[in-house]
Design a protein around this ligand. Sequence first.
Ligand SMILES: C[S@@+](CC[C@H](N)C(=O)[O-])C[C@H]1O[C@@H](n2cnc3c(N)ncnc32)[C@H](O)[C@@H]1O
Length: 220
Amino acid sequence: MIAAAAAAPVTRAQFTASPSLMQVRDLIYKTAGIFQSNNRLRFLDEQCHKRMQALGLRTMRDYFDCLTNKPMARGELSSLLNEITIGETFFFRNQPQLEGIRNVVLPRVMEAKSRMHMRHLRIWSAGCSTGEETYTLAIILLEESKSRLKGWTFEVLATDLNQRSLAAAEVGGYGEYSVRNIEPPLPERYFRFEGNQLQVTPEVKAKVRFTRLSLSDDAA
Ligand SMILES: C[S@@+](CC[C@H](N)C(=O)[O-])C[C@H]1O[C@@H](n2cnc3c(N)ncnc32)[C@H](O)[C@@H]1O
C-alpha cells in the first residue's frame, strides 16, 4: 500500500511560471541571446511585473503582446533588458585575461599591424556594463604608451545592450567596490577624487567610446 504523502509546505522555491512568462523568456533568448534558467524565472516574473506596473498592464499576456507588437515592442524590450542583465564588473577584474592581453595578444597584434605599416589599435569591449573593463583596457594601453606602444595610437569601443549601464559608463565615476583592485600608482595617474568616488580623467575618457549594441543583432 502506498501511504499518502503529507502535503509539502509551499516554499519560495516553488514558483510556477505562466505560459506567457515562458514566452517572454523565449523572446529574450531569441532577440538578445540571454537565457533565463528555471531558477531565474521568479526574478524574471518580478521584473516583468515592475514593467507592467509602469505601463498600467494587468496580465502577463498583455505584457507579452506589448513586447511583440509594434510600435512599442523594441523600446519595451530594451526597458526589460535594462532590468534583467547582470552587470557584475570592476576594474582589473580578470587578471589572467589582462595578462594574456598584455603578453600574448598585444605583441601579436602589434607585429601583424607593423607588417602592414599600421600603428593604430582598435579594441572592442563587448558587454562593457558600467565601463570598468573598458577604462581598465584604456589605462593598460596608456601605460604601455610609455614603452612599447610609443608612437602608436589606440581607441577602445565599448558596447552593451543595457542603456542604464552605458549612461553610468559615460559618467565614469566609481565607488569603492569598483576600484578595489586598482594598484598604485594608477589611481593617482588616471583618476580624480570627487567626494567618495574616483572619477576617470579626461585623458582616459578621450580613448573610449560607448554605444548601445546587442550582440545578437544582425549588424553585430
Ligand atoms: C557580467 S557583465 C561583464 C562586464 C565586463 N565585460 C566585465 O567582464 O567586467 C556582462 C554584460 O554583458 C551585457 N550583455 C549581456 N548580453 C548581451 C548582449 N546580447 N549584447 C550586448 N551586451 C550584452 C550585460 O548587459 C552586462 O552589462
